[in-house]
Design a protein around this ligand. Structure first.
Ligand code: IMO
Ligand code: MG
Length: 424
């Protein structure tokens, strides 16, 4: 029996999970997505061709790798079909895609609801990606959601009409434009036809593959601090991007989990609203944004940037059982004169190394920093950790010592191969 290796975000997303997945994926038989939807954006560059994935596990780029979208994912079929089409146009084989019968479907009324709710929040906006993610998960838990398998059922039209009726009542109440059930029905029956060949019971399939000793990599989306339970609620996404979500979002069990890779950057970023203790809303943050090209792959929004927060990272290690860290952008942070890293929070005159998800506590916390000299020489050609400049090594060692987990992957440049990876 093989195990599922999982790649998770350790902070507020956009840690460069795609790059690590791409690296690990080369050795995998199966690539799995279990959580989130097209709020995720994972960019990968192969043979100087850039691919941005929102739904399909990026492992599909490797010939022969089975790409599974698990039950925990919410699927906008229009976006999925666009992704399939783009891949086909670029000459990629998509026949290895599998979609869970149980995954929930995003409808236009979810997207409209997402936009409407954001507008109604006024000054307290979450800054969602406006992809209908939250409203779709709401329907799932309210038990009126429509699953992929329902698209092929006789009851689909009735389910859709009921949902549209109910959503339109709310839209009317808030003076929002209503949606048309007939139009959606026509559109979605077409989508269903296109997707049919990929739909199956992915849970049974995954367990069969595990028995066959196939190597499975689970591609996490979003990140620990965006988790609906363990993140900075309410400024979070509507799913569990942490390790538990991988289990419920795919049907594997706790024993099936192998390595848990936590992806992080040598600094930090956040897109959307909410507290962010180490944010540098100043020229340092601006510099990191420009040096690290910190603009959203999904929404193109400029990301808020700041220093690495070890208090938060240690929390991510704890919640997910992270066994190894993958640190991207060491080259980027090395361009600063001085690198700061947060090793404690100070609140009400007291120091703590324990993370909190309480909004008021987070807002009242200031970061306590340790400083490291920056100005690394060009490290992009380095492939052995021991060859890194002393200042870079000291920074890495301090992080490892603080969180108690080794950094196994070190990104030293934007390129696919610009990475230090050493086997045990
Ligand atoms: P990847 O997988 C960064 C953020 C949004 C917003 C909040 C809620 O690329 O790391 P949602 O649309 O999910 O209801 O928005 O979560 N968010 C992300 N931020 N990377 C992501 O995914 C994100 N997915 C959601 O910006 O603050
Ligand atoms: Mg993103």
């Amino acid at each position: 029996m093989s195990k599922v290796d999982v790649v998770l975000g350790s902070f507020y997303g956009d840690e460069g999970k795609g790059k690590i997945i791409d690296f690990l994926g080369g050795h995998a038989d199966v690539a799995l997505r279990a959580t989130g939807g097209n709020n995720a954006g994972h960019s990968i560059e192969v043979d100087s061709e850039k691919y941005v994935f929102h739904l399909i596990p990026s492992g599909i780029l490797n010939k022969g790798t089975l790409a599974i979208i698990g039950n925990g994912v919410v699927i906008d079929p229009k976006v999925l079909i666009e992704e399939i089409t783009t891949l086909k146009e670029k000459g990629k084989d998509v026949s290895n895609l599998r979609i869970s019968t149980k995954a929930h479907v995003i409808f236009p009324y979810h997207i409209e609801m997402d936009k409407m709710l954001e507008e109604n929040r006024g000054a307290k906006k979450i800054g969602t990606t406006a992809r209908g993610i939250g409203p779709c998960y709401c329907d799932k838990y309210e038990r009126c959601g429509i699953r992929i398998e329902d698209l092929y059922s006789k009851k689909f039209k009735d389910l859709l009409e009921r949902n549209v009726r109910n959503k339109n009542k709310i839209f009317r109440l808030y003076g929002w434009e209503e949606v048309d059930s007939e139009e959606i029905y026509k559109e979605y029956t077409k989508y269903a036809e296109v997707l049919k060949e990929y739909v199956c019971d992915t849970t049974t399939l995954i367990h069969k593959l595990l028995k066959e000793d196939k190597k499975i990599i689970c591609e996490g989306a979003q990140a620990t601090l965006l988790d609906i339970d363990f993140g900075s609620y309410p400024y979070v996404t509507s799913s569990n991007p942490t390790i538990g979500g991988i289990i419920t979002g795919s049907g594997i069990n706790a024993h099936d989990i192998g390595e848990v890779y936590g992806v992080m950057k040598a600094y930090s970023s956040r897109v959307g609203a909410g507290p962010y203790v180490t944010e540098q809303d100043n020229e340092v943050g601006d510099m990191i944004r420009e040096l690290g090209h910190e603009y959203g792959a999904t929404t193109k929004r400029p990301r808020r940037c700041g220093y690495l927060d070890l208090v938060a990272l240690k929390y991510a290690v704890m919640v997910n059982g992270i066994t190894a860290l993958c640190m991207n952008h060491l080259d980027t942070i090395g361009k600063l004169d001085t690198i700061k890293v947060c090793t404690a929070y100070e609140r009400d005159g007291k120091r703590t190394e324990e993370f909190t998800t309480n909004e008021e506590e987070l807002l009242a916390s200031t970061a306590v920093y340790e400083e490291f000299p920056g100005n690394f020489p060009d490290i992009s050609k380095i492939r052995k950790r021991k060859d890194l400049p002393k200042n870079a090594l000291n920074y890495i060692k301090r992080i490892e010592e603080y969180v108690g987990v080794p950094i196994k992957f070190i990104g030293v440049g934007a390129g696919r191969d610009e990475m230090i990876y050493e086997e045990d």
